[in-house]
Design a protein around this ligand. Structure first.
Ligand code: SF4
Ligand code: SF4
Length: 136
């Protein structure tokens, strides 16, 4: 019997969609969310990044939410938003641990658009000021 032809396998190539927002033009609104959940894996990654023990990283960068049984990133006061994640550089408006940032920060906003950026761009257009910071 002749060898059968290999069964064709359909491969669907999903093109990566270019984001319609620029974090470089944004003062980091998402880093001001008061409840940014952090997992054990995220804490381990931060501990490795800083060369410290897990317990030290957990205590230094996160706090417990006993009601929900989760841990969240610690915050500090900010001059633009009420507060930001303590790992945010408030002058440069950038994450200081970008390569080691938690999973939730990597995934956000998880769509081609960022709602805050759309709002920010609209307000800047209205004000005729490309540096305008829109507060919600
Ligand atoms: S709020 Fe949106 S545009 Fe601003 S830093 Fe976060 S993801 Fe980027
Ligand atoms: S870890 Fe970095 S990206 Fe995540 S909230 Fe803090 S500053 Fe923002």
């Amino acid at each position: 019997m002749k060898d059968a032809k290999p069964f064709p396998i359909a491969i669907r190539v999903v093109p990566l969609k270019k984001p319609k927002y620029s974090c470089l033009k944004c003062p980091g609104y998402c880093c001001s969310y008061s409840e940014i959940e952090i997992s054990r894996r995220d804490i381990s990654r931060l501990a490795r990044h800083f060369g410290i023990e897990y317990e030290q990283a957990e205590a230094r960068y996160s706090k417990a939410d006993p009601k929900r049984g989760i841990r969240m990133l610690r915050h500090r006061k900010d001059h633009i938003y009420e507060s930001t994640c303590m790992l945010f550089d408030q002058e440069k408006r950038r994450c200081t641990v970008y390569e080691a940032r938690p999973g939730v920060c990597r995934a956000y906003p998880d769509t081609q658009r960022c709602g805050y950026y759309d709002f920010l761009a609209f307000e800047r257009e209205q004000q005729g000021d490309p540096e305008y910071v829109a507060l919600t």
